[in-house]
Design a protein around this ligand. Structure first.
Ligand SMILES: CC(=O)N[C@H]1[C@@H](OP(=O)(O)OP(=O)(O)OC[C@H]2O[C@@H](n3ccc(=O)[nH]c3=O)[C@H](O)[C@@H]2O)O[C@H](CO)[C@@H](O)[C@@H]1O
Length: 368
């Protein structure tokens, strides 16, 4: 099969696309894949590092103030990107084009649909993103990861697939050990991170909590996000960091690391939640209040309702509330175990197989 995938901006859109590519390659080693991303997003580094052929489009998202010079430029760049995407698609000649969200997938999937090529989009969230809403009119099939998303799309196109990243993390045989990053290998360990880019409030509160975490009988791994690392470390220049605490800019091998994590503290991005449920990891979720229609709170509540996670609002978060909640869970292995089991029941660990089969259906239906 020849497949173009497109998804960009943040890890939540990129990793599901990469999981799909990995599964396709495993099923059909002769398959050919091209990833079309944006010049600015995280994908421009993450994708080539995986040895996948990559092309970039120059594109940007809309800003809230509709009639602004910036938004006129956005429309211009979108139209230019559609033209560029058509050229790339014509040259590569794919059997199917798959989009996993982000502005760039808007241009690529729109171009492919207009060229009469089979198209599939994947929506990771319970509240449908702007790009996928726009594309839903043009594409052939839509994979979803939350039942709530169904009613927001044309009914005849939707298939529940789950998030491909869930299958990828669930099947990994990890030989990762905490001592590879300078910690003790067999200590209970909390992982704190604010999604793929880090989050300002989570970073500032966690930084203030370091002197408290220093005293604990568990380990803390604090991931700041690549672009925020220097600021965090500058603020901590006079603070002692004990050997049970590790601060990192980014974890590139998350699927290997996650099975060793005792508790996650993080945002409620949909791809993170797919990983948490696929592996069965207890979590404290701090939804981002800055996303469309507050979708992270909705994402988080699906776990909270099933006693798989606890929620903390960003406005209530401070170093005392954080360390208290982490302590409660880290000092109660049975509670963690119960939350882990409840989370695992929600995992969709055959999501990639399902999405690949949706791609095949889209191709076959085009032939008939
Ligand atoms: C601010 C924003 O718009 N966030 C959206 C974005 O989140 P974001 O890009 O943060 O996505 P998620 O939290 O869903 O996923 C993050 C992904 O990055 C990986 N990771 C993270 C940190 C790290 O150091 N290494 C690493 O590999 C995680 O394992 C995960 O696979 O996309 C999600 C999926 O559409 C949405 O639900 C989020 O609302």
């Amino acid at each position: 099969m020849k497949m173009i995938v497109s998804g960009g901006g943040t890890g939540g859109h990129i990793y599901p696309a990469l999981s799909l590519v990995e599964a396709l390659k495993a099923q059909d080693p002769a398959s050919e894949v091209l990833y079309v991303g944006s010049e600015r997003g995280l994908e421009k580094n993450i994708v080539p590092e995986k040895g996948i052929k990559f092309e970039a489009l120059k594109i940007q998202g809309f800003k809230r103030k509709l009639f602004s010079l910036y938004n006129f430029e956005t429309v211009y760049l979108f139209l230019k990107s559609v033209k560029h995407a058509k050229k790339i698609i014509k040259q590569f000649n794919p059997d199917v084009v798959v989009g996993t969200g982000g502005y760039v997938s808007g241009a690529v999937l729109y171009a492919a649909a207009k060229m009469g090529i089979p198209t599939v989009i994947h929506e990771q969230n319970s509240v449908v993103g702007w790009t996928n809403k726009f594309l839903s009119r043009y594409v052939d099939k839509i994979g979803i990861a939350f039942e709530d998303a169904k009613a927001q799309f044309p009914e005849n196109k939707v298939v529940f697939t789950g998030n491909p990243r869930a299958q990828q993390v669930a099947k990994i045989k990890s030989d990762f050990n905490w001592n590879q990053i300078g910690l003790k290998s067999d200590e209970p360990t909390v992982l704190i991170f604010g999604g793929s880019q880090g989050a300002l409030k989570i970073n500032s509160v966690t930084a203030k909590a370091i002197p408290i975490f220093n005293q604990k009988n568990y380990q803390v791994v604090f991931v700041t996000g690549k672009s925020r690392y220097d600021d965090v470390m500058k603020n901590l220049k006079d603070v002692k960091i004990n050997s049970n605490v590790k601060i990192l800019p980014y974890i590139a091998n998350m699927p290997e690391v996650l099975p060793r994590v005792s508790l996650i503290v993080g945002r409620a991005g949909a791809t993170s939640l797919a990983e948490i449920t696929a592996l069965g990891i207890p979590s404290i979720l701090i939804p981002s209040p800055y996303v469309t229609a507050d979708h992270q709170t909705k994402n988080a509540m699906s776990l909270v309702k099933n006693h798989a996670a606890i929620i903390e609002t960003e406005s209530d978060l401070n170093e005392q509330s954080l360390t208290k909640k982490v302590d409660t869970l880290m000092h109660n292995e049975q509670l963690r175990q119960e939350m882990a089991e409840n989370a695992k029941k929600m995992g969709v660990v055959d999501a990639t197989d399902k999405l690949l089969s949706v791609c095949k259906t889209a191709i076959n239906e085009h032939k008939n």
